[in-house]
Design a protein around this ligand. Structure first.
Ligand code: AMP
Length: 402
């Protein structure tokens, strides 16, 4: 079975074609700057050893429809493709950012599902519209292949009311659906499943804290396999310190910025989402660069690392209290998988809570799931590489098989 996974942004289409017999991506690519003067289409052919052969096309792509057509042409190209005809694609899996309260799991896309995703546009005005464009284009290009929506929010739909309600007037929830939704759900669920497989225990027996540290960052508390809390909220701005997002702040900060600095709502939005986080604290948002600067004595970079890891540590404590007992903490995504320093600082002084990092294991570089806690650590600490596209392909396969 061949499944095409698509993640459509406002000016981009990210894609991977999976061979489900091998459960592996055979092609991966990105069309970006769609609608701009020069668009870029990067296409990688992955051989069975995971080695890549890359082709880059720089030619204007007018819109998503033309972008998808160009991608299909590459997929069927004798040199760069892996199929002879687009009818060989058995299903298309779409990443959809916001499923609101309507979707607790992945689903086959029908007209009703499209309407429900449209209804969630006010909750994700930047993400759901391009996701819908991707769905519409794929439906017309692959009319015979079932299309499946996999939602970033679905895994968090098991969060109980006491954790998803904000203490604001209740009508805001009832009339405007203001509540915590959480994001990165596909990644949290995937690493929880992979972590359970590594520990050789059923996920439904485990209490876990998953720590997704990429450019966006979030944590989840998972009780007996079900998500019971997560750090991102109504939007992805809440929670951890991120590359350019502030994460948790005093909710009165926007009033202060408006009253004293005269900033407009849009300017505050931009400040908190694009100019804050690590970038706001030390000028750059790339963790590798920040670690280098801190090692060279840059105080602002050092303080950015302190603020970043203290927030993670606070949530480990909070989620431990919420879960009652804890089997494992799982680090994932670009920083979580690759930065021993951030993992060490996040777990420092948590021995009394049962988390004991083994420094040598923590330093090992690997692209595999691994344990980095010491033998006598009551709580296991794992690093699990995330793979959201693979999870979308697996979900798509499950949905169409059932
Ligand atoms: P992601 O959004 O998951 O691709 O993660 C991007 C973040 O991972 C960026 O801040 C990168 O600097 C960071 N990252 C990638 N590799 C490393 C590394 N070896 N050490 C520290 N941070 C890294």
């Amino acid at each position: 079975m061949k499944i095409l996974v698509i993640n459509t942004g406002s000016s981009s289409i990210k894609y991977q074609l999976f061979d489900m017999d091998q459960k592996k991506a055979v092609v991966a690519g990105l069309a970006e700057k769609i609608g701009e003067e020069t668009s870029i289409l990067t296409h990688e052919l992955l051989d069975s050893n995971g080695e890549e052969k890359e082709k880059v096309e720089k030619e204007r792509i007018n819109d998503h429809e033309q972008g998808m057509e160009r991608i299909v042409n590459l997929l069927i190209d004798p040199e760069w493709g892996v199929i002879r005809d687009k009818s060989e694609i058995d299903a298309v899996g779409h990443r959809v950012v916001h499923g609101g309260e309507a979707f607790k799991s992945s689903t086959v896309i029908t007209s009703e599902v499209i309407s429900a995703i449209e209804e969630n546009i006010p909750l994700a005005p930047l993400h759901n519209p391009p996701n819908l464009t991707g769905i519409n284009v794929a439906r017309s290009l692959f009319p015979d292949a079932p299309q499946v929506a996999v939602f970033d929010t679905a895994f968090h739909q098991s969060i109980p009311k006491r954790a998803y309600l904000y203490a604001v007037p209740y009508e805001l929830y009832e009339k405007h659906r203001v509540r915590r939704y959480g994001f990165h759900g596909t990644s949290h669920e995937y690493v929880a499943q992979e972590g359970a497989a590594y520990l050789n225990r059923p996920l439904q027996d485990l209490n876990l804290i998953t720590v997704h540290l990429g450019n966006g960052a979030s944590m989840s508390a998972i009780k007996k396999g079900k998500c019971v809390d997560t750090t991102m909220g109504l939007t992805p701005l809440e929670g951890l310190v991120m590359g350019t997002r502030s994460g948790d702040i005093d909710p009165a900060l926007p009033f202060f910025l408006s009253k004293n600095l005269g900033l407009s709502i849009d300017e505050i939005d931009d400040l908190l989402n694009k100019k804050s986080g690590l970038k706001g604290l030390c000028g750059i948002n790339d963790m590798r660069g920040i670690e280098k600067r801190a090692a060279a004595g840059d105080q602002r970079a050092a303080v950015a690392l302190d603020v970043y890891t203290l927030r993670i540590k606070k949530y480990i404590g909070a989620y431990y209290a919420e879960l009652g007992n804890l089997d494992a903490v799982i680090f994932t995504a670009g920083i979580g998988e690759n930065s021993p320093k951030i993992r060490r600082m996040s777990c420092e002084n948590l021995e009394d809570l049962g988390l004991k990092l083994e420094p040598e294991k923590n330093k090992v570089k690997s692209s595999r799931t691994r344990e980095i806690s010491s033998e006598d650590s009551r709580v296991k600490i794992l690093v699990v590489p995330t793979n959201e596209e693979k999870k979308i392909a697996l979900e798509t396969e499950n949905v169409i098989k059932s």
